[in-house]
Design a protein around this ligand. Structure first.
Ligand code: KG4
Ligand code: ZN
Length: 344
């Protein structure tokens, strides 16, 4: 059995966790930064990086204390090395390098997206490769065939905004506050999903790519028309988003020969209405549906420690001079989505 320390700091959550190769979470700690970013209605990279510096070391001390373990007890240090806001990524990666050096432990540089992609295997030991993963977060909206540790085939991506970004922008447009995803989900519960006619971008097209920019513009027009209550716009936006996610995922499923499960991960996967819709799709396809519990869907360090455990188990460790990367696709060979710009 191996014990892995995981560190996460790629966006606005600072986190540390100790996880074993036997799927035991010995301790996990997380510090959010909502209050610091709320006045700006979004994550401010410089503020985020400084906040990670303030709390990363105390969180590491906390997980060692809670677990009764010390640096000498662990087998490797896993830290997110990208993609993400570079100042923040550097804080976690440098802390990981320092601990690895001080303790004489191997370093595992984890791709944050791989953390999300493998997190369902932390909670469900029966989940075998290959599986179809819908990865929906603030920065990414992708369909990936997960064939093994480090083996990802990107089947689709967004040609503009990510799903989480669309939630955050909708919340901002409707004055629902920050962070946007949970605020829109909450408002949608009190609204009529059929009240506002909204587009379903790319639905029905041959390749399973995503697009949310047009939906966001339609939300803006609906708001400015003054004809609809915020709850109705939120509910209609969520219904349109779900239709897009389900249609695109169904399209990808249809193109695959054999997968063992439909899996969803990333912050948006904590949305109950989205989970319900995907579960129904999986049932129609005769596949198990697996979604990590909500706290493991949003950013955390347990998923980084677990990805570290999977990589360490496969003999994949990294040199101490490995760089932090703002951009780091899971599938370097993936073709760009048609119409995709150069946006990060
Ligand atoms: O994975 P994550 O925590 O960070 C990134 O790696 O991006 O995802 C954050 C995203 C944000 O856009 C947030 O609004 C969205 O996940 N999110 C949600 C919900 N909770 C978080 N979106 C919809 N419904 C939710 N309940
Ligand atoms: Zn994430």
């Amino acid at each position: 059995m191996a014990i892995i320390l995981g560190l996460e700091s790629s966006c606005d959550e600072t986190a540390a966790a100790l996880v074993t190769s036997e799927r035991e979470i010995r301790a996990h700690a997380l510090a959010g930064q909502e209050e610091a970013h709320r006045p700006f209605g979004g994550v401010v990279p410089e503020i985020a990086a400084r906040a990670h510096v303030d709390v990363m070391t105390p969180l590491v001390e906390q997980v060692f204390e809670e677990s009764g373990l010390s640096l000498s007890d662990i087998d490797a240090v896993a830290a997110t090395a990208g993609p993400g806001l570079i100042g923040g990524v550097m804080v976690g990666l440098m802390t990981g390098k320092a601990l690895a050096l001080a303790g004489g432990k191997p370093l595992v540089a984890v791709n944050h997206l791989e953390g999300h992609a493998l997190s369902p295997r932390l909670v469900d030991p029966s989940l075998e490769f290959p599986y179809l993963l819908l990865l929906v977060s603030g920065g990414h909206c992708q369909l990936l065939l997960v064939e093994g540790v480090g083996a990802y085939r990107r089947l689709a991506t967004t040609i503009d905004d990510a799903a989480g970004e669309a939630y955050d922008k909708t919340a901002k447009l409707l004055g629902l506050g920050f962070p946007g995803g949970p605020a829109v989900e909450h408002a949608a519960k009190g609204g009529d999903p059929k009240a506002v006619p909204l587009p379903r971008p790319l639905v029905g097209t041959a390749e399973p790519h995503f697009s949310f920019a047009g939906l966001k513009s339609a939300v803006l027009r609906a708001r400015d028309s003054g004809r609809y209550a915020s709850e109705d716009i939120a509910a209609s936006f969520q219904a349109a988003t779900i239709d897009c996610l389900v249609d695109r995922t169904a399209k990808a499923l249809g193109s695959l020969d054999a997968v063992n499960a439909l899996v969803v991960a990333g912050g948006v996967a904590s949305n109950q209405a989205i989970r319900d819709a995907l579960e129904a799709l999986a049932a129609d396809a005769g596949l198990p549906f697996i979604a990590p519990p909500p706290w493991l869907c949003t950013d955390n360090a347990a998923m980084i420690a677990w990805a570290g455990a999977e990589r360490f188990g496969a003999g994949l460790t990294d040199p101490l001079d490995i760089p932090a990367r703002a951009r780091w696709p899971l599938d370097d060979d993936a073709a760009k989505a048609r119409g995709a710009g150069v946006k990060a």
